[in-house]
Write a protein that binds this ligand. Structure first.
Ligand SMILES: *Cc1c(COP(=O)(O)O)cnc(C)c1O
Length: 413
């Protein structure tokens, strides 16, 4: 791989023009953490300003319109993940939505006492399942497979899910390795054994194709501050298949989920449709930011985002093999591109000090992932092929400059 090739890929990139929608101050450091916190587009910054002005101008009268934003923005987000209207809400945090949907699923499978998750899944996912297992007296089975081997995880799943399984909850794209599960076949397997399937799409939505209705998915949750660029603390989202509406009861009985909310009536009666999965007052400013982020992703189109993501990770993978493996690093993501999402991870015993040197030197902003990984998350809307090229070159230079001492961080944030 040479820089000329990366430059040519930038010239041929149909999405290259969209980088101009973001205020990006200079070429260094190279931001490789768009899958942890996406950049704000200019339109998103304007949307946040407009939302504040709208608040000042309309005061409480604004609720006429604001109150529908979770489902209005939800329908828009749904188009990005293959969900027809009326099945997605943008609300609460990903963690809270995971809890709500997992609890509702368990409630709908009373005779079954096993919850299945993955031992290497994102911590909040494991903790939420652990908490629900404790609260409902169920057994939590965490599938044990290397995080960069999605086929092994699928094999374990097939050997584990049975007639006692109430719920399976898994990430479609693994937060650390980028390993990608087969959404359709996993969903079919789980449903074929009578359990409900809950997908975490935090690292999929906005970069990787997802077809919730096509998969026949039951339930899903995701973030809006990663590839969707909704900003720090932007609300999460949830999907409940239409066929389950009215059949799942979520555990937080708030006034926004009640039928005829403003009658302020006695007792809780769930609203019809997806609305019963709301809880309380929606985060309006965050919703406006998410909406602006979605507009830009729509302009790009999922097919083009995915095509570029695959090319970006292919370039990174090639350079990891060429430039970093000889220096003692390893590709800690699946080597098969058909089993990867949109990010890539490199393993090295000195990953923590290596990562610090990259950040402190204003060279590259990657993500350290305990205990020994560096995660590279190019964002197809604004990361260039030359950014990826330069990032790996700088990683190689830092690594070659001196053996990174082994050891971990004093404190992981
Ligand atoms: C980022 C991420 C989350 C984040 O949950 P929050 O409630 O927004 O903190 C959850 N699950 C996965 C898999 C993630 O990658």
């Amino acid at each position: 791989m040479d820089r000329r090739t990366a430059e040519r890929l930038d010239l041929d990139d149909p999405l290259a023009g969209l980088r101009a929608e973001f205020d990006i101050a200079g070429d260094r450091p190279v931001y490789m953490d768009g899958n942890s916190l996406g950049r704000p587009s200019r339109a998103t910054v304007e949307a946040v300003h407009r939302a504040a002005a709208d608040w000042a101008g309309r005061l409480v009268g604004g609720w006429q319109e604001w109150i529908d934003l979770p489902s209005v923005v939800g329908d828009r987000l749904g188009r990005l993940v293959g969900a027809g209207p009326g099945q997605v809400l943008v609300c609460d945090s990903t963690t809270v939505n995971l809890y709500k949907l997992a609890a509702a699923a368990l409630d709908a499978r009373p005779g079954r006492d096993v919850i299945v998750g993955a031992a290497t899944d994102f911590p909040t996912d494991r903790y939420v399942l652990e908490g629900l297992a404790a609260a409902t007296g169920r057994r939590l089975v965490l599938l044990d497979a290397p995080d960069d081997d999605p086929a092994a995880l699928e094999d374990r799943l097939a050997a584990t899910v049975g007639d006692q399984t109430a719920l399976v909850s898994l990430s479609h794209v693994h937060y650390r390795s980028g390993a990608r599960l087969d959404g359709r076949s996993v969903t079919e397997l789980v449903q074929g054994r009578g359990a409900l399937m809950l997908w975490d799409l935090a690292h999929s939505a906005g970069s990787v194709p997802v077809d919730l209705d096509g998969w026949g998915a039951d339930l899903a949750v995701g973030c809006s501050y990663k590839y969707l660029n909704g900003g720090p603390g932007a609300p999460g989202w949830l999907y409940v298949r239409r066929g389950l509406h009215g059949r799942l009861r979520q555990p937080i009985w708030g006034w926004f989920g009640r039928a005829d909310q403003f009658a302020m009536g006695e007792g809780y009666v769930p609203a019809a449709g997806i609305g019963s999965h709301l809880t309380g007052t929606p985060p309006v400013i965050g919703l406006r930011a998410v909406d602006a982020g979605l507009e830009l992703l729509e302009r790009a189109g999922v097919a083009a985002l995915w095509a570029k993501s695959q090319r970006l990770t292919a370039l990174l993978a090639e350079m990891v093999e060429e430039d970093l493996v000889p220096l003692g690093a390893r590709l800690a993501s699946p080597s098969d591109p058909d089993r990867r999402g949109a990010h890539l991870t490199v393993g090295h015993t000195g990953a923590w000090t290596w990562c610090r040197a990259l950040v402190d030197g204003d060279l590259v902003i990657p993500d350290f992932r305990a205990p020994d990984r560096i995660r590279l998350g190019p964002a197809p809307l604004y990361t260039r092929f030359t950014d990826c090229f330069d990032a790996v070159r700088m990683m190689a230079e830092v690594l070659a400059a001196g053996p990174a001492p082994a050891g971990g961080p004093a404190r992981v944030t």
